[in-house]
Design a protein around this ligand. Structure first.
Ligand code: URA
Length: 187
């Protein structure tokens, strides 16, 4: 809450601040074992100040329910805290400007596992060049808290907005398989 109130809400570190209605910090259980990281707020999120409240959010909640959890039991954040105009992909400079906030959220939550949703979040956390189609379903490690903090296992999966656009049996099976790997690991 302090990070949100004192630093994120008034942030002007990149141009995304110019068009936002409000920042979208993230929400959930501060003790969550599972942290989801998406891309950035859309229109509904910009209006409400909450992450994943639109159509992609409804699908994410279904995924969380399928894992036997409630939304309030996980933590949900985004790579950038302000809505990119017309929902464009956030520019690397914007993601970089915002990343210290996410890093501190991860430090505070210290989740057992991070699930990145879509390409930008995976690229940010894992510094990988391969696209999400190749990276998803494989375990990676987030080293951003080292050396003081732990390494955190990361499972990249498709973004629910992508899944909505490409709602094939194959893609649904892939996402479910990624989530099951996380459930096995979290226990
Ligand atoms: N898509 C995202 O990546 N994040 C949100 O909060 C909503 C939609």
């Amino acid at each position: 809450e302090e990070l949100d109130l004192n630093e994120v809400r008034g942030c002007t570190k990149c141009v995304l601040c110019e068009n936002r209605t409000q920042t979208v910090f993230g929400e959930g259980d501060a003790e969550a074992k599972i942290m989801f990281i998406g891309e950035g707020p859309g229109q509904r999120e910009d209006e409400s100040g909450r992450p994943f409240v639109g159509r992609a959010g409804a699908l994410l909640e279904k995924e969380i329910a399928a894992m036997g959890l409630q939304r309030s039991q996980v933590y949900i954040a985004n790579a950038v805290k302000c809505r990119p105009p017309n929902n464009r992909t956030p520019a690397p400079t914007e993601v970089a400007a915002c990343s210290p906030f996410l890093q501190r959220q991860i430090q505070i939550i210290r989740p057992t596992v991070i699930i990145t949703l879509g390409g930008p979040a995976a690229k940010l956390l894992l510094d990988i060049r391969e696209g999400i189609t190749r990276a998803r379903g494989k375990w990676f490690t987030y080293d951003g808290l080292m050396p003081e903090g732990p390494q955190i296992p990361v499972m990249p999966t498709f973004h629910p907005a992508y899944l909505l656009r490409s709602y094939t049996a194959e893609n649904r099976r892939r996402v479910w398989s990624d989530l099951q790997k996380v459930m096995e690991r979290v226990g």
